[in-house]
Write a protein that binds this ligand. Structure first.
Ligand code: GDP
Length: 364
């Protein structure tokens, strides 16, 4: 599965958001730093109205949405890269996620701030500086070791050194590794470096209830900062999301949201942004037993998609009987699509498209 690590300074609303996201009370929100010590992991169903439509047409007994994983990563303080606070553990946890959801405090109020005042841009820099220092140290170490081996004629070390030199220049300018100009040939080496500042970042401006629909001056600063670095930001109120999560009646939920001037939950917007950030797409499988949504990265082939279901499906892949979502709806299901000649037999080279409905044929 794909996972997003929720990071940010203490007391910005990470746990509140995580709880809302996962609709559990696993991580306890409290008004002091370090209240969430272990990384908490939660899975979120990705809402997709297309899945419900497909299931209705096929009269599927069960509907199984695709999932995105969120990890609440606590313990960042200034000096984390030097091992302060939960520094090393924190950085290790970030290394293992696909993307970063960076929560920034954009609400005033009584809650203690570790640096004494509310300033989301400063906070973002504090966190990012720690990640940058950790990357810089790791890259500099690797430059030393690979330079020695490259001198001795090691070709692999030489190729790695080239990538490291590109990255170190960017980091020394104080810019994240993801802004480095890496050629497609160098991608594999670059990815192996597992740099913290190489991960895509979604900024979450956590505002107070009354600003949830419109944002506020703080969230505007966050938007500007994100735009300047080609990043993505979302405005939410974690406190509201927590309340919405506690309402079980869908009608009550939408009424509550409408009263606050909101059309959908912040969770939906975060999931949508997370999907875009990670470059993910959804495909479907459907039958009388179940209609199910699956997630793969954009650019995946039909066998890759089959592999998301089971590795055997990928290994023994023969072909994918494929119907585009719009055709499936227009033809009122599989039989209609078949009759209309809208069901295609796609081979190993086919690149999966968002909304594809697949029927995989494979050898066992
Ligand atoms: P963490 O340390 O980043 O995980 O922060 P928490 O989620 O524990 O939240 C810290 C404090 O901020 C708690 O007292 C929350 O109730 C409060 N808080 C979180 N989100 C909001 C919000 O949107 N508005 C307001 N006013 N308070 C919030």
């Amino acid at each position: 599965g794909f996972n997003c690590g929720i990071v940010g300074l203490p007391n910005v609303g990470k746990s509140t958001l995580f709880n809302a996201l996962t609709e559990t009370a696993a991580a306890e929100a409290a008004n002091y730093p370090f209240c969430t010590i272990e990384p908490n992991v939660g899975r979120v169903a990705v809402p997709d109205p297309r899945l419900d439509k497909i299931a209705a047409i096929a009269s599927s007994q069960k509907i199984i949405p695709t999932q995105l994983e969120f990890v609440d990563i606590a313990g960042l303080v200034r000096g984390a890269s030097k091992g302060e606070g939960m520094g090393n553990e924190f950085l290790g946890n970030i290394r293992s996620v696909d993307a970063i959801v960076h929560v920034l405090r954009c609400f005033d109020g009584e809650v203690t701030h570790v640096d004494g005042s509310v300033d989301p841009v400063r906070d973002a820099e504090t966190v990012e500086t720690e990640l940058l220092i950790a990357d810089l140290e790791s890259v500099e170490k690797q430059i030393t070791s690979n330079a020695k081996r490259a001198k001795g004629g090691d070709k692999e070390a030489k190729a790695k050194l080239e990538v490291l030199n590109i990255v170190v220049e960017v980091l020394q300018e104080g810019k994240p590794a993801r802004t480095a100009d890496i050629s497609s040939d160098q991608r594999a080496i670059y990815n192996q470096l597992q740099l913290l500042t190489a991960k895509p970042v979604l900024y979450v401006a956590n505002v107070e209830e009354e600003n949830a629909a419109t944002g506020n001056d703080y969230s505007k600063q966050v938007e500007e900062m994100a735009a300047a670095s080609g990043g993505v930001s979302v405005i939410i109120s974690a406190a509201i999301e927590a309340e919405v999560a506690s309402l079980s009646d869908p009608e009550e939920k939408s009424e509550f949201l409408a009263d606050l001037g909101l059309e959908e939950t912040g969770l939906k917007r975060i999931i949508a942004a997370g999907y875009g950030l990670l470059g993910l797409l959804t495909f479907f499988t459907v039958g009388p037993k179940e209609a199910r949504a699956w997630t793969v990265v954009e650019g995946s082939t039909a066998p890759n998609a089959a592999g998301a279901i089971h590795t055997d499906f990928e290994r023994g892949f023969i072909r994918a009987e494929t119907i585009a979502y719009d055709d499936y709806i227009e033809c009122n299901g599989e039989q209609g699509a078949k009759d209309a000649g809208k069901m295609r037999a796609e081979g190993k080279e086919y690149i999966a498209k968002d909304g594809d409905i697949f029927h995989f044929r494979f050898n066992v």
